[in-house]
Design a protein around this ligand. Structure first.
Ligand code: GLP
Length: 259
């Protein structure tokens, strides 16, 4: 794991935007794995700005991590709509190249169709991941099988409660989601995790320095050969080896600058 600690959340988001833009410059036909959540919003704003400055998404394919079961693509809280409003509608990507698991219909069928599409168009070159406060990736909550494929998952009680504020009074908050599985996520060629703010500090520590365990699904990333964890100072606060990562990154960026 390469751990990149930057002073602020803005710096961390800018760094991730640059990694994605670099991936697209290197291979304009890249397959990207995309994530939702508040943390990712500045990344998508950054990508839209890059697009206005000439970066093309015309040949890019995207796979999103997850979708709430029961929400159609028009629902304001659906991840399909999140992606359309925050990225897809503002860049030159083909609608037919953007895959978000379907929240409508039979979840097992949506999961099968999604896996089949990844098998056809993948592997994912760069998978972007956010981190849940409980260590979840996608909607693979604690206790998820580390060998899982895309499937319907029950959201943890805390996640359902945290989401309640986004839904109208009396509106049903989804209790399950179709999420890319942990093994599916780990098949990406490279993975970038973005986590910012003090709320994420404990999960960051468990992901980077804790044991590999289903109790912290993100900890499986320790087994992946190409993972970059991009965090701000607040999210890095609990890391035992924080100073070591900072030194390693200083040395690495000096080397990168020379090449
Ligand atoms: C949801 C998503 C995750 C995301 C997480 C963090 O649970 N399914 O993919 O990483 O939220 O969200 P935020 O960035 O808003 O903290």
């Amino acid at each position: 794991m390469r751990v990149v600690i930057l002073p602020t959340a803005d710096d961390a988001a800018r760094h991730v935007t640059e990694l994605i833009a670099g991936q697209l410059r290197e291979n304009p036909r890249s397959v990207l794995g995309l994530a939702t959540g508040g943390t990712m919003e500045p990344v998508y704003e950054g990508l839209i700005a890059r697009h206005r400055a000439g970066l093309s998404f015309a040949e890019v394919t995207t796979f999103n991590l997850d979708e709430y079961v029961g929400l159609g693509p028009e629902h304001p809280q659906s991840y399909s709509r999140y992606m359309r409003e925050r990225l897809f509608a503002h860049v030159d990507i083909a609608e037919t190249s953007c895959f978000v698991p379907s929240g409508r219909g039979v979840p097992a069928e949506a999961a099968r169709a999604f896996e089949a599409e990844i098998a056809r168009r993948g592997p994912v070159d760069l998978q972007l991941l956010g981190l849940g406060e409980n260590g979840h990736i996608g909607f693979n909550e604690p206790g998820s099988s580390l060998g899982s494929r895309t499937r319907e998952k029950l959201l943890s009680h805390d996640t359902v409660e945290a989401n309640r504020r986004f839904f109208g009074l009396g509106e049903t908050v989804p209790e399950t989601a179709v999420t890319m599985g942990i093994a599916t996520i780990c098949e990406a060629r490279s993975i970038v995790v973005l986590a910012t703010g003090a709320r994420k500090a404990a999960a960051v520590r468990a992901m980077v320095e804790g044991p590999v365990t289903a109790m912290c699904p993100a900890s499986i990333l320790q087994m992946h050969p190409r993972v970059r964890v991009v965090i701000d100072a607040e999210a890095a606060a609990d890391l035992a080896l924080r100073d070591h990562y900072l030194r390693a990154e200083q040395i690495q960026s000096a080397r990168d600058a020379k090449t």
